[in-house]
Design a protein around this ligand. Sequence first.
Ligand code: DAT
Ligand code: MG
Length: 150
Amino acid sequence: MERTLVLVKPDGVQRGLIGEVTSRLERRGLRLVAAKFMAVSRELAETHYAIHKGKAFYDGLILYITSAPVMAMVWEGPNAVAAVRQTMGSTRPTEAAPGSLRHDFALEMGRNLTHASDSVENGDQEVALWFKAGELISWERSNDKWIFEK
Ligand code: DAT
Ligand code: MG
């Protein structure tokens, strides 16, 4: 089953939107695999955002993600990566589709509430970076067959 890392970033936590994000992913039919409320070390932030090192917004991004706790989660389902990115909306909130989280709750790229893996490969890597194998729960939901075709 495809898995993706989701972070409710510090702004989402501070604004009391953990429930809103979680609720939308549950409602979509995705299945929760792991969750932890945590402070993000500078080292973890730098590894997670290594691809953006050297860009103009990098220092601000590291400060932002380490500034307050985040809610880190793993979600799974068919096409989980694409489904979660769609539910989050585009990186720039003013370009996010109406009804997406970033459209409904954000205005600026530097305060865009959530992170979601952008490919299946990155999803696997990010899940391994943020969670230990023993923290990932494989389980069956009673209504899975009404949401997952196979
Ligand atoms: P996403 O979070 O949608 O995957 P990304 O991986 O391209 O976007 O960038 C990571 C974060 O960095 C993004 O959520 C907000 C910030 N960011 C990206 N591009 C930016 C830019 N041009 N100016 C300011 N912040 C930016
Ligand atoms: Mg990204």
